[in-house]
Design a protein around this ligand. Structure first.
Ligand code: KIV
Length: 263
């Protein structure tokens, strides 16, 4: 199903100076809430590996896992553009492999676009996907799939390289770019130089839009979150409180009381 948000609508929002909202989601329940809140983009991020599967990095996430989660998110969404995140080694090997894997997100999972990490190095892949009719969101700066090459999840400060990556991505036909872990003065310059929207995460206020990892911003995660995450709810506390109360009432024999019984 075509969602209400299209690539041309997003580019128009940038032209009009209207900020773009984006969040990740991985399942039907949360995707439905995010969609109904009017968030414009839902990324089924490979952060899946860390926040849902409990792994140390995003690297082990597979194509089949990403397709599974993207399909259930897409089924929940009527408004938001759903973007499938291409896992590590699903697009770096060859253009043919990238095309085949990107196509699965649109064909099998119902996504409207894909995201992949990298700048100059993946510009030829972006160009091929876009020419084939697959909208691509790029992702530069702190690219978690390169965690080992970066020596950790580190803020990226090479301004010349970031600007070159951003320009090449735009020239290749990407419809937007995620800027992750970049000082705000550099994000401001990139945003000013591009026609396509920049979506920031840990990249300051000057981007055209913002994205956060949903369990982090809802406080579902009890682990330490990065400095750029603002917690808009404290679901970990609310949920664990509810679970303890349930356990207490079952053990003391007060649940189910009369009102929860059939006659
Ligand atoms: O995988 C992910 O959730 C992402 C966002 C952090 C942009 O790439």
């Amino acid at each position: 199903m075509q969602s209400a948000i299209t690539t041309s609508k997003l580019i128009k929002m940038k032209e009009d100076g209207e900020k773009i909202t984006a969040l990740t989601a991985y399942d039907y329940l949360f995707a439905q809430m995010v969609d109904q809140a009017g968030i414009e983009m839902i990324l089924v991020g490979d952060s899946l590996g860390m926040v849902v599967q409990g792994k140390a990095t995003t690297l082990p996430v597979t194509m089949d896992e990403s397709i599974y989660h993207t399909e259930i998110v897409a089924r929940a969404c009527k408004y938001a553009m759903v973007i499938g995140d291409m896992p590590f080694m699903s697009y770096q090997g060859s253009i043919d492999e990238a095309l085949k894997n990107a196509g699965r997100f649109l064909k099998e999972a119902g996504a409207s676009a894909v995201k992949l990490e990298g700048g100059v190095a993946v510009a030829n892949v972006i160009e091929k996907l876009v020419k084939t009719g697959i909208p691509v969101q790029a992702h530069i700066g702190l690219t978690p799939q390169s965690v080992h090459q970066m020596g950790g999840f580190k803020v990226q400060r090479d301004e010349d390289r970031l600007l070159e990556d951003a320009k090449r991505i735009e020239d290749a036909g990407a419809f937007s770019v995620v800027l992750e872990g970049i000082p705000s003065d550099i994000s401001k310059k990139i945003t000013a130089q591009l026609q396509i929207p920049t979506i920031g995460i840990g990249a300051g206020l000057e981007c055209d839009g913002q994205i956060l990892v949903l369990p982090d911003m809802l406080g579902v995660n009890y682990k330490k979150v990065p400095k750029f995450v603002k917690k808009y709810a404290d679901l970990y506390t609310d949920i664990t409180k509810g679970l303890s109360q349930y356990s207490k009432e079952v053990k003391e024999g007060t649940f189910p009381s009369k009102e929860y019984e059939y006659k």
